[in-house]
Structure formats: structure tokens, C-alpha cells
Design a binder for this molecule. Structure first.
Ligand code: ADP
Ligand code: MG
Length: 605
């Protein structure tokens, strides 16, 4: 086993994608775990302090290294995994570049301790900023333990870019989770500042996935397996009731390596077209196996990107494997809506605005049919038309009404408008003297809700509504980190959350305005926004965005036939709103066409 590491010849190193792999603690952890797995480890222990900024330690029970190899492994382009140019075309290991250990050792205080099982003792090498300081014999069990302290101590510019310890710990946990999904036969654990973050026993993919995405979530996942020519696809994919606002639940692997690839992602999203809403992403763990010569992993130093020799067959194989499951699975179970009980009370005016924004405008609970198209289930819906049938429908609010007198008994501009009708179940048409006023009902109700939320926020907190039965939500490690970090802020915007073991949170209350429109989906969206924030102080920077997200979530989306009473309530609440003439997204809320403009169009002038 000794001397199996060699320095690659320059002709070969020139062919290896150049670049830096050490970006943050999580990238160090990724490289070191890859090495452990390549060394045949069945047990990988990760310990981090201060999110890995102060210390990262990875201990494995792999085959270890001899003293000579251990010293060689710290040289650039020293690897035991490839020898010649031809090997580049048939890589079966996770590493092959021979650059991780020297790169990491050059930017940290680095200790490598390693022992081969056949030897009674191991060797410990201490390196500081790339210089070997000490080499000595050490007692240790067979395997390798690498400790990386004070990463970037000699590169202050890089250090500055690291995020808070919690954020870095979240990234680290996500990296471990990705690798853990690819190797259920290996036990993984991670302790962060003496708190156990991850503990995964050896098991099979199904159990591993349940541990990583959560048991509740995994109940909505379906097995996929297809073998075509050169491509084998296997894994588990979610049905339409398990979605995320981003790609964080998409675990894709090529020949066991976690990758983020546009071709693969495109194939996945094509398969889900019509099954899930736009802007939503599935949860899945998909393993794509190809002959090593069919895929080039030597594209980017982090090896997250790949290039397929023949892209189209791979794309089509993935798409049709997924479609095979998505087209046939009999899930059709729409998630029961959260049951709610109102406990909040508040200022009378706010109550009224809330009632208007909520009772008349909130989207009814939606049930998804098999093709994933949305059906409104609310009592005010007349007929759910497919989108293309909507063209040029001017519907009258039900019941049909006579032209109202122009003067409505009211003080505000919007309440004084005479209602003409609703166009396309999306726009409200009104008359004001000689003007035609067109109101975008979604933008208007969003603006009303946003205003209300802002007022509540300034007055001390968003009104929340207790769930009759608390719900649990399964999150990724970094989402949990965000939820923990911002728990007080989340409470201030209406979410009452408590840890419920592992990566599960118990949700006992949600913002009242959004209580009827899939509040857990809203929570996930908000956590996805917060994941990228470093410190609690930064929460105030995104508060407005979050309020507008809640407002947008709480109100009517798409087409929705309104009763006259509902339109009146909306117009009245618009008058109570400090109206900047746009919705929180900056879209206009109303548009006026004067009689003169109309006459010009009809060439009457
Ligand atoms: P690469 O993984 O691309 O070969 P690295 O710099 O990551 O390059 O590692 C250099 C070499 O050190 C590896 O090829 C391997 O032989 C050895 N090595 C690294 N980590 C371990 C480990 N945990 N157990 C056994 N050998 C290891
Ligand atoms: Mg490596």
C-alpha cells in the first residue's frame, strides 16, 4: 500500500481543470470527506467549531496512509487515484486532482494523522501555512484524522468573506447531507460546537433519505428506476405535494458524485412541467450512472459541473424516467389545509382591513388535480376555465347587477367609483365621472395586505393566528439554522416555531393574513430568503421584502371571480390604505383611461 501516491507529470496536470477549491469551511469538509470515501471509510466523523472557522476535524476509518504517502499527499498534484492521461477518461473515484490537501494545508494550521491497519502506529504531520513544522509517530486507530484550524489565517481578504458561524455551519451540514445521501452504507456524524448536528447510521437509501429530508417529506416520494442503453437512473422523487421554493431539495448524482448540472436540472424540470407550479422545485435524490468515459468531471475544480459526451440521450433518459413515475403515480392527495383558530385580537380598524383583505380576497384552499393545474375550490368561483378559454371574457360579478349610480355614498376615491364589472376575473372595471378606471385586483389586494402588515410591524408585530393543531415542517440543515438564528424575528412576523427533534420544526402559529393560503409554503419561502443572511442585524434589511412576500402569498393570485360585495370591500380597504399607486412589487395597481382618450381611439374627435 505504501508509496501508492505519485506526483502527476506536468503534461497531465496541465489537463486538469485549474482553480481554487478552498472557498469556505464547507468546501474543505467536502474535499476531506471525498478523500475519506475514496479511502474506503465506512464511518466519517466531522467536528466543527465556530462553523468551521476556528476548527474543522474529519476522522475516518479508511485505509490510511503510510508515512511516505502522508508526506507526499501534501505535495501539489500528488494523488493515488490517477496515473496517466487515459485515466482521466475513466475516473471512478471522487478525487483525482491531487490538490485538496496541499491547498487546504497552505491556508490553515493543518494536522494530518494517519495510520494503515497493518502498522502498529501512525504518523502525525503538522503544517502551518503550507510549511511542514513537525513529523512524528503517533498512536491512533487505523484511518485518518485531519484537523484544519484557523482557515485563511494567512489570507485576511478571504477571511472577510466568510459568513457567521451559524451560516457556515449550515453550509457544512448541507455538504455532509449531500454526501450522506450518496452513501447510505457509510455512517456520518457532525458535531458543531459540541452540539450534535447530524447523526446518520449506516442504512439503505430510503432510510437515509428519510433522515435527511425528513420522514414526513419522504412519505411523498416515489421510487424511480430505469435502465436504457448506457444510462441507469434510480432514486426517489417527490410528487406534487412536496415542493420547495428553490433547488435545495434537488440531490442529483452522476456516478456517485453530487453535481449541479443544467442539462440534468432541465430534464428534471421538464418532467415536472404541469405537475408543480412554476417557480417551485421538487425534492428528489436521483442517481445517474453512466460509463465513466461518457461523462467528463474534469470541467471545474469543485467537480460540481460535468460535461456529457452525448447530452441528449442522458437528458431524455432522465426526463422519461421521471415522467414514467409522475404520469402514473396515484397520489392525488391534496394536503389537508392547516386548521386554524383565531386567537389574535387587535385594533378595530386593522381588524376590519384584515377582514377585508382576508375574507374577500384570500385565495381559497387549492386542490391540485393530477396534471397539477390549480383549481379554485372557493365558493365564489363560477366556473374554473382553462387559461386559454379566458380570452376576452368580461364577466359581471355575481349576482348580475345594474349599472350603479355614479355617485356612491362614500368619502374615498375608490369607494366612490361606480362599478361596471370584472374583466377576465382579474381586473375590476369602474367609472369615475368620465374616466374608465381599471384596477388590478391582485396588485390592489396585495397593496392593502402589505400596508396592513407594515402597520402591524411598526405597532409591535404581525398578528399571528394559532394553528388548531400544530404542524411539523421538515427542513434542510441550513433552513433549520436560519430558523434558529432568526426565531425571535420570525415570531415578530407571526411564525411561532419550536424545535421538534432533528431537522423538524413545530409550527404553532402563522401570520394571520396568510393563515388560509398554505402558510407552511410561505414559511419555507421565507426561510429560503433568510438562509443567505448572516447576522440578526441583517433581518431588518429584508423585513420589507418579507412583508411583501407575506402580502403576496396572502392574496388572490391569477384569475378569480369576485362578488360585488367583495369588490366593494376591496375598494373600501383601498381607500383606507396609504396608496402609493403600485403594489409592493412596484407594479401599477390601477390605470385610468379618460373619455377623451377613448374618443380618440374611436376617432370621434
Ligand atoms: P486527490 O483526492 O485528488 O487524489 P488530495 O489532495 O485530496 O488529492 O489527496 C491526495 C492523496 O492523499 C489522495 O490521492 C490519497 O491517496 C491520499 N489521501 C487523502 N486523504 C486520505 C484519507 N482520508 N485516507 C487515505 N488516504 C488519503
Ligand atoms: Mg481529494
Amino acid at each position: 500500500m505504501s508509496q501508492c501516491i505519485r506526483i502527476l507529470p506536468e503534461t497531465l496536470t496541465n489537463k486538469i481543470a485549474a482553480g481554487e477549491v478552498v472557498e469556505r469551511p464547507a468546501s474543505v469538509i467536502k474535499e476531506l470527506i471525498e478523500n475519506s470515501l475514496d479511502a474506503g471509510a465506512t464511518d466519517v466523523v466531522v467536528e466543527i467549531t465556530a462553523g468551521g472557522r476556528r476548527r474543522i476535524c474529519i476522522i475516518d476509518n479508511g485505509r490510511g496512509m503510510s508515512r511516505e504517502d502522508a508526506l507526499l499527499s501534501l505535495e501539489r498534484h500528488a494523488t493515488s487515484k490517477i496515473r496517466t492521461d487515459c485515466d482521466l477518461d475513466k475516473i471512478t473515484t471522487l478525487g483525482f486532482r491531487g490538490e485538496a490537501l496541499p491547498s487546504i494545508a497552505s491556508v490553515s494550521r493543518f494536522t494530518l494523522a494517519t495510520r494503515e491497519a497493518a502498522f502498529p502506529e501512525g504518523v502525525e504531520i503538522i503544517v502551518e501555512g503550507g510549511r511542514v513544522r513537525d513529523v512524528r509517530a503517533c498512536g491512533m486507530p487505523p484511518g485518518t484524522a485531519i484537523s484544519v484550524e484557523h482557515i485563511f489565517f494567512n489570507l485576511p481578504a478571504r477571511l472577510k468573506f466568510l459568513k457567521s458561524a451559524e451560516t457556515e455551519a449550515g453550509h457544512a451540514a448541507d455538504v455532509i447531507a449531500r454526501m450522506a445521501v450518496s452513501r447510505p452504507d457509510v455512517a456520518f456524524s457532525c458535531v458543531s460546537d459540541e452540539r450534535e448536528l447530524i447523526k446518520l447510521q449506516r442504512s439503505d437509501l430510503q432510510h437515509r433519505l428519510a433522515q435527511v429530508v425528513g420522514r414526513d417529506s419522504s412519505r411523498y416520494m416515489y421510487s424511480v428506476r430505469s435502465v436504457t442503453d448506457n444510462v441507469t437512473i434510480s432514486g426517489f422523487i417527490s410528487g406534487p405535494s412536496l415542493v420547495r421554493s428553490g433547488t435545495q431539495g434537488i440531490y442529483t448524482y452522476i456516478n456517485g458524485r453530487f453535481i449541479r448540472d443544467k442539462v440534468v436540472q432541465h430534464a428534471v424540470m421538464q418532467a415536472y412541467r404541469g405537475v408543480i407550479d412554476r417557480g417551485r422545485y421538487p425534492v428528489l435524490a436521483l442517481f445517474i450512472e453512466l460509463p465513466p468515459g461518457e461523462v467528463d468531471v474534469n470541467v471545474h475544480p469543485t467537480k460540481h459541473e460535468v460535461r456529457f459526451r452525448r447530452q441528449t440521450p442522458v437528458h431524455d433518459a432522465i426526463q422519461s424516467a421521471l415522467e414514467g413515475v409522475l404520469r402514473s403515480s396515484p397520489w392525488l392527495t391534496s394536503q389537508p389545509p392547516a386548521q386554524t383558530a383565531v386567537v389574535a385580537t387587535g385594533h378595530a380598524l386593522r381588524e376590519r382591513i384584515a377582514a377585508a383583505a382576508q375574507a374577500s380576497l384570500a385565495l381559497p384552499h387549492r386542490a391540485r388535480n393530477f396534471t397539477g393545474s390549480l383549481q379554485d375550490a372557493g365558493p365564489t368561483e363560477i366556473v374554473p376555465h382553462p387559461v386559454q378559454e379566458y380570452a376576452a371574457i368580461v364577466s359581471e360579478p355575481t349576482p348580475p347587477f345594474q349599472q350603479e349610480p355614479v355617485q356612491h355614498v362614500s368619502s374615498g376615491f375608490f369607494s366612490s367609483l361606480a362599478l361596471i364589472g370584472q374583466f377576465h376575473s382579474e381586473y375590476i372595471l369602474c367609472q369615475s365621472d368620465t374616466d374608465l378606471v381599471i384596477i388590478d385586483q391582485h396588485a390592489a389586494s396585495e397593496r392593502v395586505a402589505y400596508q396592513l402588515l407594515k402597520e402591524q410591524s411598526i405597532a409591535g408585530g404581525i398578528e399571528s393566528q394559532c394553528l388548531l393543531f400544530s404542524e411539523t415542517v421538515e427542513l434542510s440543515f441550513s433552513e433549520v439554522a436560519a430558523a434558529t438564528r432568526f426565531s425571535a424575528d420570525l415570531a415578530a412576523i407571526g411564525f411561532e416555531l419550536e424545535p421538534f427533534g432533528g431537522t423538524t420544526l413545530m409550527v404553532s402559529a402563522v401570520p394571520r393574513l396568510a393563515a388560509d393560503s398554505e402558510p407552511l409554503l410561505l414559511l419555507r419561502d421565507i426561510l429560503a430568503d433568510l438562509e443567505h443572511l448572516g447576522t440578526t442585524a441583517a433581518f431588518s434589511d429584508v423585513l420589507e421584502n418579507l412583508l411583501s412576500r407575506i402580502a403576496c402569498h396572502a392574496v388572490i393570485r391569477g384569475t378569480h371571480a369576485l362578488e360585488r360585495r367583495q369588490i366593494r370591500e376591496l375598494l373600501e380597504s383601498m381607500d383606507r390604505t396609504d396608496f402609493a399607486a403600485s403594489c409592493p412589487h412596484g407594479r401599477p395597481v390601477s390605470h385610468t383611461i379618460t373619455l377623451a382618450e377613448l374618443q380618440k381611439i374611436f376617432k370621434r374627435t
